[in-house]
Design a protein around this ligand. Sequence first.
Ligand SMILES: Cc1cc2nc3c(=O)[nH]c(=O)nc-3n(C[C@H](O)[C@H](O)[C@H](O)COP(=O)(O)OP(=O)(O)OC[C@H]3O[C@@H](n4cnc5c(N)ncnc54)[C@H](O)[C@@H]3O)c2cc1C
Length: 256
Amino acid sequence: MSSPSAFPATDKRHPAPILDATLITSVPLTSFAQHLTFQVEGGVKGNDRLEFLPGQSVRIEVALNGRPTPFAYSIASPPNEDNRFELCLKGVSKGSPADNLRELKEGTRVRVTHPQGHFVLQQPVGDTIFLAAGTGIAPIRSMVHWLMKSSDCHQGARVWLFFGARNHESLFFDREFLELARQNPNFHYIPTLSRSHSEWTGARGHVQEHFLRLAPSGEPIHAYACGPPAMVTDVRKLLSEQGWPDALVHFDHHEF
Ligand SMILES: Cc1cc2nc3c(=O)[nH]c(=O)nc-3n(C[C@H](O)[C@H](O)[C@H](O)COP(=O)(O)OP(=O)(O)OC[C@H]3O[C@@H](n4cnc5c(N)ncnc54)[C@H](O)[C@@H]3O)c2cc1C
């Protein structure tokens, strides 16, 4: 994708607002979802430095009908030192934004905004529940990996990830989360399938039907929810009914 650009030339917060990035890997997660890794070009210092908080998103130019058009995607990887970021996207209809990104060839250059957004991991870290469905796993994966990177990050906090999908194929990064749970006794992974096959022994239905029962009772803790609007609405309603303060409930929804 090249000029003309959909982005303004300047941005009040960033003297060089737009980053050039190269798609370095593009790997299918399922027949309809893709895991993309981009390398931001330039140095790892100054304006070319990719700085973000776990949970933030970028806007990326997608060519729609020959015109570059910006679409938001959550960064699915934790902050790192190598100026790379990952996306996880789902595109089912031919020619749609996500489908265009899914079809990009490795080596393609794109333009992205600096990361932005308020759906970010709060400090200080404490016991935490994450609820994700579909590609809502993207910002949650960034937060989970950042937290579980080391005990300096999670400080012994207990972390629950409830991840909802229709079927086993749609549980993106399932093996990775299973492995994380195997390595970290304080990380609990509860995959939940709404259209599971008969041999599935895990949770069935939607994440909002399980998390209050399976996560710890007692004092409210930080809860982060990302997924389809109906799921986020249900989670917020349930937590509000339980008397959890709004300040502990963090949410974002992608328009699917
Ligand atoms: C903060 C934020 C974070 C997000 N993070 C993610 C994420 O991590 N992963 C993810 O998958 N999504 C994410 N989204 C949603 C993403 O921005 C797009 O809305 C989504 O990818 C569009 O889905 P789709 O490609 O299936 O297009 P559709 O939902 O089918 O269409 C979206 C729009 O694209 C246009 N369009 C569709 N098809 C065509 C076509 N053939 N030709 C021309 N125009 C067309 C239309 O204007 C349409 O309204 C996020 C959204 C927000 C706001």
